[in-house]
Design a protein around this ligand. Structure first.
Ligand code: MEV
Length: 299
């Protein structure tokens, strides 16, 4: 029996623009998904297509228990975290000798297969390695970690990343003169943000600008606007939607002392708040006690 966990992610800057080769910054976050895999002769039916494909691609069979702190379908990379944790646990339980790079690559193949072609290599990379990640020209690089205090607000409005990416693509095809300057402005904000990681007020201001630019791309939602405004009134340095938009989650960059106040403001605006910060570990092995707990809980 082997239990591994993997973190979720948020985009700090640059979502949607990264699809067009612009830079983006993503960060692994503390909430995780844990997966226990056990070699058994007759495994019971698995009802997650992600997990099913992890077994199929590695050519082994086993039973699985999942425990997740991440809300699904909210843009926090929960399917990538499930996939990375499952592959890591399979690797351990069956001694497959896969390296981290292999786990990230296979996890991306699984996501692409289940999501019929449209998947983000960023989600699986961030979940595998953890930390702060710069995405540029479809390559990913680990940046030195930063201890940002982040409050996530989940609108609980479901969204489909593939549809939102397609919608922005269509807008760009039909209106390049309008959309290209917006993507260039997102690029500028992302680049400037990297020069201001130690100036949280400026960084917050850039988040506000990035949010408006995403709204200009057409991926805003009234519930996101409500939570972003609530977080700003609650004392955040700045706030923006994170991920594909159209629902899902927003993030607020906060002074340490204001985290609870910002979270309360988000909840008062009908959002579900998660206070978090960077995860620097990525996929990690969990200890035996915890594994036993999962099994006892029948998960
Ligand atoms: C979704 O989390 C982020 C997008 O930029 C898509 C992607 O990067 O694959 C909208």
């Amino acid at each position: 029996m082997a239990t591994w966990s993997a973190p979720g992610k948020v985009f700090l800057f640059g979502e949607h623009a990264v699809v067009y080769g612009k830079p983006g910054i993503a960060m692994a976050i503390k909430p995780r998904v844990s997966v226990t895999v056990r070699k058994v002769r007759n495994p019971s039916k698995i009802n997650s297509p992600y997990i099913e494909n992890c077994f199929e691609l590695t050519g082994v069979t086993g039973s699985v228990y999942i425990h997740s702190q991440l809300p699904s379908s909210s843009g926090l990379g929960s399917s990538a975290a499930v996939t990375v944790a499952t592959l890591s646990a399979i690797n351990d339980e069956f001694n497959l000798s896969l390296e981290k790079k292999d786990i990230a690559d296979i996890a991306y193949q699984v996501e692409k297969k289940v999501q019929r072609g449209r998947a983000s290599p960023t989600d699986t990379f961030v979940s595998t390695y953890g930390g702060l990640i710069l995405i540029k020209d479809n390559k990913r690089r680990i940046l030195p970690p930063e201890n940002f205090n982040i409050v996530i607000g989940n609108t609980l409005v479901s969204h489909k990343t593939s549809e939102l990416v397609e919608m922005v693509g269509e807008f760009r095809r039909t209106n390049p003169l309008v959309v290209d300057p917006i993507l260039n402005a997102i690029e500028a904000v992302t680049i400037r943000s990297m020069h201001n990681f130690n100036n949280l007020k400026v960084l917050g201001r850039y988040m506000d600008v990035n949010h408006s630019l995403l709204e200009a791309l057409g991926v805003g939602h009234p519930a996101l606007t409500r939570l972003v405004n609530a977080a700003r009134s609650g004392g955040a340095y700045g706030a923006k939607m994170t991920g594909a938009g159209g629902g899902g989650c927003m993030i607020a960059l906060c002074p340490k002392r204001s985290k609870s106040r910002v979270a309360a403001a988000i909840e008062a605006a009908d959002g579900k708040a998660i206070i978090t910060t960077i995860d620097t570990e990525g996929a990690r092995r969990e200890d035996d006690d915890e594994r036993e707990d999962y099994i006892k809980a029948g998960r």
